[in-house]
Design a protein around this ligand. Structure first.
Ligand code: C2E
Ligand code: CA
Ligand code: CA
Length: 565
């Protein structure tokens, strides 16, 4: 009974299926064996933007290039009555592309296929995937912090520019720009403000360069400008503008921050014929600008390479030396004048027991350690080793102060105080047994920050000495604010005592000034009884120098300490 009802409603006239064809939400194209469109429904017209009449004029290959292949595939597969689905792009009337999924269905006329139906559905997931891909591309090509093109994008652009360079302009310049002492800024401001700072730098560069070239961020505090040019004069002008714009003050959260930059320049074709050579050489020139005192630009030149290579080689060696424990500490006694020159403190002085060159003094490697940032781990090694040693000595010989030299890099670290306390107390020593030696110039580089750091060091209980005093600005004003415990008169003044262009007056003045500020005076590099006598007569408080004891190994110093007890 049920089957009779079914049959009775089944339309026998094929035209009755047209309503189904029309109403179905999928776009359907009826194609003949040659791929000509012979029928299309309303959805097909909507998808493509063509009217029904226009569609009937077209071949399916005009909508989708390789679709004709699928027509013949579908015809071949007709006997098996197979439908198959493929993905392709349809070109709309307005030339835009729409990703679709096409199901091909043979139109059977008995066993013979007279044509093919294309049932076409917009492939939203494909659109989505493409959008993601485009987004990924943005991620891959732009720096997320500054929104500037990144290194990958930049290199592509550079390669493009070089390909077209011969016919266009005589040269293309690459200006490699690096913020001076950015690490200090980052350490002082913190990373969030450091980031903000880089954004401001990026914005400024873009505003300056405008359509003269492109600005990209290569990473860290490295920016690069790529600019077509007519000659050196062009490039110099741009470099000078860049330096000038970068060193205008930056307002960050109410702070006024100043920076300078160093720029290295390479020019195509003179300094390299491909992107890698140009970038590398601009980098070398930039490195040179840094070494020449920063805030400058330099063009690449072959002669710049040798010293930089040796510097890099040394950095590598230093890194290895840290790992292989090749550093040593020597200690130099500091005596108090007032009560018969007892040994009251020792200064830790680092040496490098180099595998092939023997024992090296700090002047041979501290500058490279500073420049590379390795001074931070090296400095911590000094603190750790010195503190452990001092803890032992205090147990055996009584209270003694350990003076430690701090480099500029370390001094500008945000967490200097925390780390120092951790290291010192970790070794079982009181911070009161530590004296931190900082140089005048370090303190004056960023005086506000220095005042803060010194306050922090005092708060944890450490003492402060201003080292190499007299060689820098010797600003009385700052000295008052620094709240140090000691001034160390630079050894060059001590060496000049009683000599021809005598430094007597300078030394006298430093002692008097220090005392007036409530500071105690240490004279370093005391070598002769005459020097000592002069200093004592002037009221100098402490002395250090070869006259009493040179820097020595721990075992030697122990003999002195044993004699003291
Ligand atoms: P400095 O802080 O001025 O250290 C004193 C220097 O004077 C030492 O040189 C010492 O050997 C030398 N000296 C001591 N007595 C005499 C003397 O009577 N006559 C003469 N002519 N020189 C004397 P050294 O050991 O070569 O150290 C040089 C510099 O290296 C130090 O100068 C200091 O600025 C730096 N330095 C040493 N150790 C460290 C360290 O652990 N960290 C850091 N950042 N710097 C260090
Ligand atoms: Ca020192
Ligand atoms: Ca000194």
């Amino acid at each position: 009974m049920a089957s009779t009802a079914y049959v009775s409603t089944w339309p026998t006239d094929p035209r009755a299926f047209e309503s189904l064809f029309e109403a179905t939400p999928s776009a359907i194209f009826a194609l003949d064996r040659a791929g000509r469109i012979v029928g299309a429904n309303a959805a097909a017209s909507q998808l493509t933007g063509y009217s029904r009449d226009e569609l009937i004029e077209l071949d399916i290959s005009q909508l989708a290039q390789d679709s004709i292949q699928f027509v013949s595939d579908a015809l071949t597969a007709a006997e098996k009555r197979e439908a198959s689905a493929v993905e392709m792009d349809f070109r709309r009337k307005d030339a835009s592309l729409v990703p679709v999924q096409v199901t091909t269905i043979p139109i059977l006329d008995g066993k013979h296929a007279g044509g093919v139906f294309f049932r076409v559905e917009e492939a939203h997931y494909l659109t989505e995937m493409r959008r993601t891909r485009a987004h990924m591309r943005t991620l891959a090509y732009y720096d997320s912090l500054t929104g500037l093109p990144n290194r990958i994008f930049f290199q592509e652009r550079l390669r493009d520019a070089l390909e077209h360079a011969p016919g266009q302009l005589p040269c293309v310049a690459l200006l490699f720009l690096d913020v001076d002492r950015f690490k200090d800024i980052n350490d002082t401001l913190g990373h969030a403000l450091g980031d903000r700072f880089l954004q401001l730098v990026g914005e400024r560069l873009v505003l300056l360069v405008k359509n003269r070239g492109i600005v990209a961020r290569l990473g860290g505090d490295e920016f690069v400008v790529l600019a077509p040019c007519r000659g050196d004069a062009d490039v110099r002008e741009l470099a000078e503008e860049l330096l000038a714009t970068a060193d205008q003050p930056y307002r960050i959260e109410g702070y006024e921050q100043f920076i300078t930059t160093s720029i290295g320049i390479s020019v195509y074709p003179d300094h390299g014929r491909n992107d890698q050579a140009l970038i590398k050489n601009a980098d070398i020139a930039m490195y040179h600008a840094k070494e020449q005192g920063r805030n400058a630009y330099f063009f690449y030149d072959e002669s710049l390479e040798a010293p930089i290579r040796s510097r890099l080689a040394q950095e590598k060696q230093l890194r290895r030396a840290l790992k292989h424990d090749e550093f040593r500490l020597q200690y130099q006694p500091i005596m108090r004048i007032a009560d018969g020159n007892p040994l009251v403190a020792v200064e830790a002085l680092v040496r490098w027991n180099h595998p092939s060159e023997g024992m090296l003094g700090p002047d041979a490697f501290i500058p490279a350690a500073e420049a590379s940032g390795l001074i931070v781990p090296l400095g911590e090694w000094v603190q750790k080793t010195g503190a452990a040693q001092m803890r032992q000595w205090q147990e055996r010989f009584g209270f003694l102060v350990l003076a430690i030299n701090i480099s500029a890099r370390q001094f500008h670290q945000r967490d200097l105080c925390e780390r120092l306390v951790e290291i010192v107390t970790g070794a079982g020593l009181l911070p009161q047994a530590i004296e931190v030696e900082i140089t005048e110039s370090m303190a004056l580089f960023d005086a506000e920050h220095a005042v803060e750091t010194i306050r922090g060091l005092k708060r944890i209980g450490a003492q402060i000495a201003i080292d190499d005093f007299g060689t820098g600005h010797s600003s009385l004003n700052y000295l008052r604010r620094f709240d140090a415990d000691h001034i160390k008169i630079d050894r060059s003044f001590v060496a000049g005592l009683g000599g021809p262009g005598s430094d007597d007056t300078i030394v006298k003045a430093i002692i008097a000034m220090g005392h007036s500020l409530g500071l105690k005076i240490i004279a370093e590099g005391v070598e002769t009884p005459e020097q000592y006598e002069f200093l004592r007569a002037q009221g100098c408080d402490l002395v250090q120098g070869n006259l009493f004891a040179p820097p020595m190994d721990p075992s030697q110093l122990e003999k002195l300490l044993a004699a003291r007890v």
